[in-house]
Ligand binder design. Structure first.
Ligand code: CDP
Length: 226
């Protein structure tokens, strides 16, 4: 069977990472969470008071950022390392979620992210999730999946996930944040979120984890033998 690149793109909290992790585990592929990279850059900018609307500041700051992934046996996926510090938990915080889409819209941040992601894909055998993976990062990927889910289902899923870590969080906060990020991600100038023409749509609103995995595995198997 040949090794392929699988891309998963879609709106916030539609289950892309869950599906990407499942696929990677089944196929013995490497899972790469491109959103974690933009989240880590955002954390760096916040900590160092970098104005992400100032391109000169952004270009200088990016030179000091080193991103890496470290496999975590306990979770079965990779943690994000920012200049060798494990920031996996910090980058999921609402404070980062509030700014990540503004940071990810910056032209130089995008060039930085895309270049690193393309480097990670040179060996094939990877599953990468994000917003522009099938359109910009790997336009020649063998299998492109555009994941969607009903907005109410997405809010509910993300609320449950965040409530476990922070019981202060409200469903309105989560809803507002998802709507804001989806709007910014879809309407930005560089690499906006959109379905690649050759991507297959997977609506998982009413699918269990196993069902969505089986559908995607069948698509992957067809590409791997083809
Ligand atoms: O919250 P969710 O898991 O859906 O988002 P994420 O995958 O962690 O991505 C966080 C943010 O990073 C997105 O809202 C986008 O603004 C940005 N992003 C991007 O611009 N391009 C990507 N390939 C991945 C994420």
């Amino acid at each position: 069977m040949k090794k392929i690149i699988i891309t998963l793109d879609g709106f916030s909290s539609c289950g892309k990472s869950t599906l990407a992790k499942q696929l990677a585990r089944k196929l013995n592929y490497v899972f790469i969470d491109s959103g974690a990279m933009y989240r880590a850059i955002t954390l760096y900018f916040m900590r160092n008071h970098i104005n992400w609307n100032n391109n000169d500041e952004v270009q200088v700051a990016l030179k000091d950022i080193n991103l890496d992934f470290d496999y975590n046996d306990l979770t079965g996926s990779s943690d994000m390392l920012l200049n060798d510090e494990n920031v996996e938990l910090l980058i999921r915080d609402m404070l980062v979620s509030e700014h990540v889409s503004e940071v990810a819209a910056n032209q130089y941040v995008r060039e930085f992210g895309v270049a690193q992601q393309q480097k990670l894909g040179t060996r094939k055998g990877i599953v990468m999730d994000g917003r522009d993976i099938g359109t910009t990062v790997f336009p020649n990927a063998e299998l492109k999946i555009f994941v969607t889910a009903d907005p109410a289902v997405r809010v509910e899923r993300r609320f449950k996930e965040m409530f476990e870590k922070n019981p202060q969080i409200t469903i309105e906060e989560v809803k507002d944040n998802l709507e804001m990020r989806d709007y910014l991600d879809s309407n930005r100038e560089f690499s906006p979120l959109k379905k690649a023409e050759d991507a297959i749509v997977l609506d998982n609103s009413n699918l269990t984890r196993e069902e969505q995995l089986n559908i995607a595995l069948e698509w992957a198997n067809q590409k791997m033998v083809g």
